[in-house]
Design a protein around this ligand. Structure first.
Ligand code: ATP
Ligand code: MG
Ligand code: MG
Ligand code: MG
Length: 569
C-alpha cells in the first residue's frame, strides 16, 4: 500500500479534518486549495460518489459528463462570464480564444437539452454529473473543505411547468436526505436567503461543524433550523438613492435615470414616489432591447444595494422598465403582494410589489392565517412559505423556537448541498422551449442541485474523529477491517494472512499491516487511519484468541480466530 502516515500535524492545518486527512495519508497539498488524493483518500471519495450516484439514479436522474475546460460563449450568453468575476479561472488557447474552467455547469446542461429535445413529450428529464469544478476562492481553507479544485455532483431538472419543477425539487430534497443520512452526517436543512433577485425556492444542507463558515439557529427540542445570516448581521438601512455622489454616476445625459423610473412609477401607481425617500423596497422588472426575458429588479433594497445599483444603472440605460403583473406572481411563488412602510393596510391593493426576502421593515403577507398581521424583518422561506403562511417573524438566538418546541441556539455549519429552483433564467438565456401539445412553444423551467462530494469527505472527517485519529462510518470507510499483525512469530503472521484472505474472499475489505515495525506503531496508525474495525492477531493466538477492536466505541473483544472471521463477514 502506498501510504505514509505523519507524526506531526501539517503547519497550515486549521481544522481537525485537514490535520488528520494529511497526517493519515489521505491527501497531499499541491498548491493553495489544490490537493492530490492518495489511495486511502481516493477510496473514501469513491465511496461517497457511489452513495451519491445510487441516490441520483434512484430518483431517475441520468449521469452524463461535461468537460471542465469550456468555451466562454455560453457563459457570456448567461452573463456569468462577467458576473462570476475573479472566481472564474480563465485561460486562452493558442489562437487567443477565451476559455474557462467550469465553476458550475447550468449553461452546458441547458444547451445539451436544447440540442437533443424538442417536444413536451420528451420532458421531464433530470441529468447529473460528478465532476471536478474550479473556483478561484478568495480564501481557500481547511484543506479539501474549501478547495479551488473540488468534486461536485451537480444535477439539473427540466420541466414543462411549475408543478413539474416542484416535484423534481422534492425528489432531489428527499435524495439529499438519504445521501447525507447514509454517509452518517449530522446536518440541518435551512432556507437559503439568496441575495439575488429572481425569486426562487432554495434550501441549503449544512453539516454541523464548529469551524464552519455558515451560522444558523436551531431549536433545542425540535428539528427547526434557520439560516441567520440576515439576522446576525443586520443589513444596513438603504440610503436614499439620490445620495449617490454625482461623480460616481455613469449615466450619460441622454440615458434613463432614477428620475425616469420615479416618473414611471408615479404614472403607473396611485402612490407618489420621490427620488429621495420612497424608492426603497420596490420591485420592478426590466428588459433589455430585443430580449424576451424580464428581470426582476429590486430598487434600494437593504443589504443588496451595491449590486442592485450597478444592475439598475446598467439595465436602465437601454432597457424597458415595467411594473409586475399578476402573471409574474403566478410564475414566481416567492413574490408576495405586500406593503412596506408606515402606511395603513388599506393601501395593500397598491400595485407595487415587494420581495420580502431582502426587505427590512413592516410587511403584510397575503394569504397569511392572520391576514392583518404585520411582521418585521421578513425573510421568505425562513419566515413564511411561498404560499404566504407566516412561520415566524424573526429568529434570534435565545428566542423560543417558532414551532413552539424549545429555544433557539446558534450553531455553525458547512454547506454540503444546495437545492435551487432556477425557474426560467437559463431557459430564457438560451431559448430552451418545448413544442407544447397545442403546437405552441413552451419555455422550460429548471432546477439545479449540488452536492460537495469532496467537501463531504472533509465534513465527515470533521464530525467523526477523536484524539487518536479518524473514525469513519462504515459506508464510506476506505475499508472495513484493519488487520494488525502484532508479533514476529511466523504462526501469527500466517494466521493473520489466512484470516485476511478469508475475509477478503467473503467480500470484506481488508487492510493488512504486515510491516516490520513495533505493534505500538501499528496500533497508532490503525487508529489514525480510522477503519471501523481493528483485528489484532498477536500473542493471544497461543491461547487461541485474537482481538477485535471497535474503533468508535473502543470496545475490545477476545475471540477465537474462526469466530472472529464469522463475526466480521
Ligand atoms: P459556499 O457557500 O460554501 O461557498 P456555494 O454556495 O458557493 O458554497 P454552490 O455553488 O451552491 O456552492 O455549489 C454546490 C456545492 O458545492 C456546495 O453546497 C458545496 O457543498 C460545494 N462547494 C462549493 N464550493 C466549494 C469549494 N470551494 N470546495 C469544496 N466544495 C465546494
Ligand atoms: Mg461559494
Ligand atoms: Mg453558499
Ligand atoms: Mg450554495
Amino acid at each position: 500500500m502506498f501510504l505514509r502516515t505523519l507524526r506531526e500535524d501539517p503547519a497550515d492545518a486549521e481544522v481537525p479534518s485537514h490535520r488528520l486527512l494529511v497526517r493519515a495519508g489521505y491527501v497531499r497539498r499541491v498548491a493553495p486549495g489544490i490537493y492530490s488524493w492518495l489511495p486511502l483518500g481516493l477510496r473514501v471519495l469513491r465511496k461517497v460518489e457511489e452513495v451519491v450516484r445510487q441516490e441520483m439514479n434512484a430518483i431517475g436522474a441520468q449521469e452524463i459528463h461535461f468537460p471542465a475546460l469550456l468555451p466562454k460563449e455560453p457563459y457570456e450568453a448567461s452573463n456569468r462570464w462577467t458576473e462570476y468575476g475573479p472566481t472564474v479561472f480563465r485561460l486562452k488557447d493558442r489562437k487567443g480564444a477565451d476559455y474557462l474552467l467550469g465553476p458550475t455547469h447550468e449553461e452546458l446542461f441547458t444547451l445539451m437539452v436544447k440540442g437533443e429535445y424538442s417536444s413536451y413529450k420528451d420532458y421531464p428529464v433530470m441529468l447529473y454529473q460528478v465532476q471536478t469544478k474550479y473556483r478561484d476562492e478568495e480564501r481557500p481553507r481547511a484543506g479539501i473543505l474549501r478547495g479551488r479544485e473540488f468534486v461536485m455532483k451537480d444535477s439539473y431538472s427540466f420541466d414543462i411547468d411549475d408543478e413539474g419543477l416542484n416535484s423534481s425539487y422534492q425528489l432531489h430534497r428527499d435524495a439529499y436526505i438519504r445521501i447525507f443520512d447514509r454517509v452518517g452526517l449530522r446536518y440541518v436543512i435551512v432556507a437559503a436567503t439568496s441575495g439575488a433577485m429572481g425569486g426562487s425556492a432554495s434550501e441549503e444542507f449544512l453539516a454541523e461543524i464548529e469551524t464552519g463558515e455558515d451560522t444558523f439557529v436551531r431549536s433545542t427540542d425540535s428539528d427547526y433550523a434557520a439560516n441567520v445570516e440576515a439576522v446576525s448581521t443586520p443589513a444596513p438601512a438603504a440610503e436614499p438613492i439620490t445620495d449617490k455622489p454625482a461623480a460616481e454616476s455613469h449615466h450619460t445625459p441622454n440615458t434613463p435615470t432614477i428620475e425616469t423610473l420615479v416618473d414611471f412609477l408615479n404614472a403607473n401607481t396611485d402612490r407618489k414616489f420621490t427620488a429621495a425617500d420612497t424608492l426603497k423596497n420596490v420591485l420592478v422588472k426590466t428588459r433589455q432591447p430585443g430580449s424576451q426575458e424580464w428581470e426582476l429588479l429590486g430598487v434600494g433594497v437593504p443589504g443588496d444595494r451595491e449590486v442592485d445599483m450597478k444592475r439598475l444603472e446598467a439595465s436602465l440605460e437601454p432597457a424597458e422598465v415595467a411594473l409586475l403583473e399578476e402573471s409574474d406572481f403566478a410564475a414566481n411563488p416567492f413574490l408576495v403582494k405586500g406593503y412596506i412602510g408606515p402606511k395603513s393596510l388599506q393601501d395593500n391593493d397598491i400595485r407595487y410589489l415587494v420581495d420580502p426576502r431582502v426587505v427590512t421593515g413592516t410587511a403584510w403577507v397575503t394569504g397569511a392565517d392572520e391576514p392583518d398581521r404585520h411582521v418585521v424583518d421578513l425573510v421568505c422561506g425562513r419566515d413564511f412559505t411561498p404560499d404566504g403562511t407566516i412561520e415566524a417573524a424573526e429568529v434570534r438566538e435565545g428566542d423560543p423556537s417558532p414551532d413552539g418546541n424549545g429555544t433557539l441556539v446558534a450553531a455553525r455549519g458547512v454547506e454540503i448541498g444546495h437545492i435551487f429552483q432556477l425557474g426560467r433564467k437559463y431557459a430564457d438565456a438560451f431559448g430552451l422551449d418545448a413544442l407544447g401539445q397545442d403546437g405552441k412553444p413552451k419555455r422550460i423551467t429548471m432546477g439545479s442541485y449540488g452536492v460537495g462530494v469532496s467537501r463531504l469527505v472533509a465534513a465527515i472527517a470533521e464530525q467523526s474523529h477523536d484524539e487518536q485519529g479518524l473514525v469513519w462510518p462504515r459506508e464510506v470507510a476506505p475499508a472495513d477491517v484493519h488487520v494488525v499483525i502484532a508479533g514476529k512469530d511466523e504462526t501469527v503472521r500466517a494466521r493473520a494472512e489466512e484470516m485476511a484472505t478469508e475475509l477478503d474472499a467473503a467480500g470484506v475489505q481488508v487492510f493488512l499491516d504486515d510491516r516490520t515495525v513495533s505493534p505500538g506503531v501499528k496500533f497508532a496508525d490503525a487508529e489514525l487511519v480510522g477503519l471501523p474495525t481493528i483485528l489484532v492477531v498477536g500473542k493471544g493466538l497461543a491461547n487461541g484468541v485474537v482481538e477485535i477492536r471497535d474503533r468508535k466505541s473502543g470496545e475490545r473483544t477476545e475471540i477465537a480466530p474462526d469466530e472472529a472471521v464469522a463475526q466480521l463477514i
